[in-house]
Ligand binder design. Sequence first.
Ligand SMILES: [Zn+2]
Length: 223
Amino acid sequence: MMLRKMCSALFDLIAPKDLACELCGSERDIVPDTGLCSKCLNDLEQDIIVKRVYRQVMAYAPLVHTGAASHLVYGLKFGGRGYDAYVLSHFMKKAVGNRVPEDVILVPVPQHWTRYLQRGFNPAKYLADELSKRMDCQVVSALKKIRRTAHQTGLDGAARQENLRNAFAVKDSSLVQGKHILLVDDVLTTGATCRACTIPLLLAGAASVICVTATCSDANIQK
Ligand SMILES: [Zn+2]
């Protein structure tokens, strides 16, 4: 199962892009570098969602986690579809805009190694890889998840924060010291995961942190 997903993801990454719309399958009116036809692209376009995750650290999400957007994230997370990361990264780049300096480095939110073994890949890393190509900057896997945590689903904001407290650590502070960091994850909910990753990055000497995710699933969205 895992091997099949990994092969499928590898195929996605090397296969020619922009041949057909990832959502409706149409081969007409494909918008270059998006993987979508113009209609599906227009249907998805929306205002950027902004959330404060820690002190001055903000998270940006280009899409609400419903309909076609959630379908793309689901394809990435549970189907291992690297091509969905390519499509989502188009929107993520727009959400980042010019909020980060040119020398920013992309740091994906890590999974615990046991989850990695189960899944065979890290969706956040796929998103960071695709986004780095669009932004022409480096991906540095500077964080590790040092303990397994319960699923966040069903927990409120405070419980999510408690569940993730001290769950992430910087592998080596020289990777992030003095660096501007763009933290990359798949879904933003309360911001607890971004916060739990931001704190060790800042403690390790990161110059700044900004977070970007593909979608935001929190109904209580602050604009
Ligand atoms: Zn389409």
